[in-house]
Structure formats: C-alpha cells, structure tokens
Design a protein around this ligand. Structure first.
Ligand SMILES: C[S@@+](CC[C@H](N)C(=O)[O-])C[C@H]1O[C@@H](n2cnc3c(N)ncnc32)[C@H](O)[C@@H]1O
Length: 467
C-alpha cells in the first residue's frame, strides 16, 4: 500500500500533532505509521487512489502550517542493513562492501520510479537525508560524511549505466559535509532548482528507528508566499506578531475542515491581523476585535491589501466585522453562539528585552493576565456555538532567577464550561524506544512554541465548548 513521507516543520511535535489531527478529522483520512523528529510516514485511506492525488497533496501542503515537503515513498531499507553497511567503526570491510552493493541494487530498482525516462536524458537530483535527530552523532559522523557521498556517486553511476546522457547531483557546501553540520535543501531551493520537473528530483532518505524510507518529493511549502504576506503587508510589527506558520497550525486545530467559506471565526486580540489574514487565505469568514483603534484600522487595511494581492473580492462589511472593542464587550456586539471558532494570541503585557524579575511576573499575572484570560473564556462561552473550539496562546515567562512562570488557564476554561482537548491523540501514535520521541498523556495537553533565547514562550491550548 502506498505511503507518503511528510517533512515536519521545525517544531516537530506541534507539526506531528497538526498532521495527525488533519488525518483524523479532515477529508484527508489516514494515519501516521512511523515518525522521527523530522519526518512522518503517512498511509491514507483513499487519497492515493485518486487519479489526481498530487493535486490533493498540494492542497494539503498549502493548508498545513507545519509541513515542509511531501514525498512519495518508493522503498524502505531496514536499519540493520544500514548499520551493517555504514557502521560507526569500519572493520568488516568485505561485509560492508557486500551490503553496500545490495543497497545500490535496491536503489537501482527505484530510479525508474524517480525519473520517468532515463535513457538519453540529462538528469539532475538532490539527495536529502533526514535523521531521527540532527544532533545524532550517527548523522554528523556517518550519514553526512559517508552515506551522502555514497548515494551521490552511486546514483550517478546507476543513471549512467542506464544510459542517461548526463547525471548531475546537487553539491552541498564542502565545509558542511566535513563538519557534519548539514541541513537538507530548503523548500525554496526545490523551487529554484526546478526539482519538480520531469528530469529533476529531490530524493529523500528519511530515517526513523525502523529504517530509511526512500522517497521522491512531490510538493513543498512555498515560504516566499508566506513571507510576502507577512512582510509585504502595509502594517506589521514583528515584535508582537505571531508567525504565519503558527497562525495556520492554530487555525487547523479549530477542526473546521469542511465548508470553510461558511465558518465564522474570531480573533478578539487582532493586532495587525496576522491570524485573520491566514484565515482569509484558508477561506474562512473573518471577524476581529481589538481595544486599540489604530490596530483595528491596520487590520482592515492589511485585509484589503491581501484580498487585492490574491485577486479576490474584499470581504464585504469589513468595518462591521473588524471592530474596536475591549475583550469584555464583545458579546454585547455579536449575537450569542455566533462563531464557529476563536483563534487568538492575547496581549500578555510588556515586550521584554531583558529577563524580568520573578516578582514582576507574579504581579503581572495576578493583576492583569488572570483577569484577562478569565474574561476571554467568559466571553467565549457566550460567543461560540456548542462544541466549537477556542485555540489560544498563553505565555511562559523565563525570569531572572532562572525559573519559568506560567499561568493556569485551564481552570478558567473549565469554570466557563470548556473542556481541554489534547493537542495529540497518543493512542494513534506508534511506539518509539527513544525517550525523546515518546509522547506521554500528561505532556500533550498543550505544546510550546519557542525560538532560541526567547524570554516569553508561547504555549498553545485547545478548548471545546461543552454541549
Ligand atoms: C499580542 S497582540 C496580538 C498580535 C496579533 N496576533 C498579530 O499577529 O498582529 C495583542 C493585542 O491585544 C490588544 N489588546 C490589549 N488589551 C486588550 C483588551 N483588553 N481587549 C481587546 N484587545 C486588547 C492589543 O491592542 C494588541 O493589539
């Protein structure tokens, strides 16, 4: 049965959860049958049977916030075979040589699935190796330094033996190979190098604990598109803005996969409108509120700009849908049970350039944030339809004394009739022996999104209004 390889985003746990949720609830039904911290192996129930399944995969790629590439799996090699052919210590030379030859025989059978025609063609390919974890010594010492060159030249010989006119491969910088510090080529390179063309390909070797999946990339994220929207819009403020990827992931956790054009979603702390812009791209009916008059105007301008960029009509009555309102007043303005989802990143206080004192954060939480989150859930309980979801960010502060402080938003949610929804259904996830790859039930209630050195981390939660 056909399988597909998904290259996960940098926050792999969140990306895996987003993908699993999609496969469980959307029309793209399927299951993750294997994974590492970089890839997920997916088996669809039906999608692969469709004639134009590539178009469907492109649609899926476009909707997912945490997916870099989607590839079709052509073959699999058991991890023991790889370890025998590429051991950490080169000892049994004869055995190594024999197993390496066997690996090339396997790949020889695969190249016809990678390139439609080989004879007399000028071919170009890029090899991308995805390890279990980038900081695995086996990756830097063996896979980058030995497996990659073996694949590059091995595949070149196979193609030449099959009478290709030319067979060239993408050369990674020498210094990266020598240091073992290598990132597989980025999605924008796939587009630049035309690796979706008939005579060109990215060939992925994606490792899990079980072995290596050999796959040919079919589609990838277009980071330039997201960047253009994020950076090209008339009003932006990078300090307080959420990323396009996280906006998409949050929107997907609303679990509104069908009939999106009739689903009304609200961001009550709209800021410059990042979440709403991506919600518009994903076909939702968008609504937003903010206490700040300028922010409301900025969002309206950004949305109008976006609709023009996308060559779409500007959503009607925008100034009725994006309003200047304090969080406490929203349910006076909109009808009860009006919204199908709320997706938001509330104001979490000042922007810290230095780590704050523990006491300062304790006061911020008890004087401001607890009240704010309480108000959010009390308003959301009026505004949302039954069983509708709120996907919300709460902060984790790193303080000067080294401790991390967060607020318990679950208690407010529960007080207003919401139940917490785990980000990942652990029963659907296959077992892994490496502890770094395991998910415990207690750890999947929320996931953290952070960049290195960030003082305030974002913690993501999903709550559902109880029926
Ligand atoms: C973190 S920003 C949201 C940024 C937004 N996600 C973006 O990407 O542009 C929080 C927003 O909450 C607004 N805000 C602060 N207090 C508020 C209140 N009491 N009611 C409604 N909005 C409020 C601020 O004006 C600010 O625009």
């Amino acid at each position: 049965m056909e399988k597909f390889l998904f290259v996960l985003g940098s926050n792999w746990k969140l990306s895996l959860a987003e993908l699993d949720n999609f496969l469980k609830f959307s029309e793209f039904k399927g299951k993750i049958v294997d994974y590492s911290a970089n890839i997920a192996v997916v088996r669809f129930e039906k999608l692969h049977e469709e004639k134009y399944f590539i178009n469907k995969l492109m649609e899926l790629q476009f909707m997912l916030g945490g997916c870099q590439k989607i590839a079709k799996i052509i073959d699999f090699i058991n991890i023991h075979t790889i370890h025998e052919a590429f051991p950490t210590k080169l000892e049994k030379h004869k055995l190594i040589e024999r197993i390496r030859k066997e690996i090339l025989t396997i790949i020889d059978n695969d190249v016809e699935e990678i390139f439609m025609r080989i004879r007399n063609e000028s071919l170009f390919y890029a090899i991308s190796i995805y390890p279990n974890f980038y900081d695995d010594k086996y990756y830097s010492e063996v896979l980058v330094k030995h497996f990659l060159p073996f694949l590059n030249t091995g595949i070149m010989h196979i193609l030449k033996q099959r009478r290709a006119k030319k067979a060239l491969y993408y050369k990674y910088p020498k210094e990266n190979i020598e240091s073992g510090n290598l990132n597989p080529i980025f999605p924008h390179h796939l587009i630049t190098y035309g690796l979706f063309d008939r005579n060109r390909a990215e060939i992925i070797f994606g490792f899990t604990e079980e072995g290596v999946y050999i796959a040919r990339t079919l589609t990838c994220d277009d980071p330039n598109f997201k960047k253009k929207i994020d950076e090209g819009r008339p009003h932006k403020e990078f300090k307080s803005s959420i990323s396009p990827k996280l906006s998409l992931i949050m929107l997907n956790f609303l679990n509104l996969f069908e009939d999106r054009q009739n689903k009304k979603i609200l961001d009550p702390f709209v800021g410059n409108g990042t979440i709403l812009m991506f919600a518009l791209i994903e076909d939702f009916q968008i609504y937003g509120t903010d206490i700040d008059h300028t922010k409301v105007k900025n969002t309206i301008k950004n949305i109008k700009w976006l609709a023009t960029e996308l060559d779409e009509i500007i959503p009607p009555e925008l100034d009725q849908k994006i309003k200047e309102l304090d969080i406490s007043e929203i349910s006076k303005y909109f009808e009860k049970n009006y919204f199908d989802g709320i997706c938001t990143e509330p104001d979490i206080g000042p922007f810290f350039t230095k780590k704050p004192y523990y006491q300062e954060i304790k006061e911020l939480i008890s004087n401001t944030l607890e009240k704010r989150y309480e108000l959010i859930f009390s308003e959301a309980s009026n505004l949302l339809k039954l069983n509708a979801r709120i996907v919300i960010v709460a902060p984790i502060f790193s303080t000067l004394d080294g401790s991390e402080v967060q607020l318990n938003i679950t208690k407010f949610a529960q007080n207003y009739g919401f139940k917490s929804i785990p980000m990942l259904d652990v029963n659907r996830i296959v077992n892994k022996s490496d502890i770094r790859l395991q998910f415990q039930k207690s750890q999947v209630k929320s996931f953290i999104d952070t960049k290195k050195g960030q003082i305030v981390k974002r913690k993501l939660y999903i709550f559902e209004k109880k029926g």
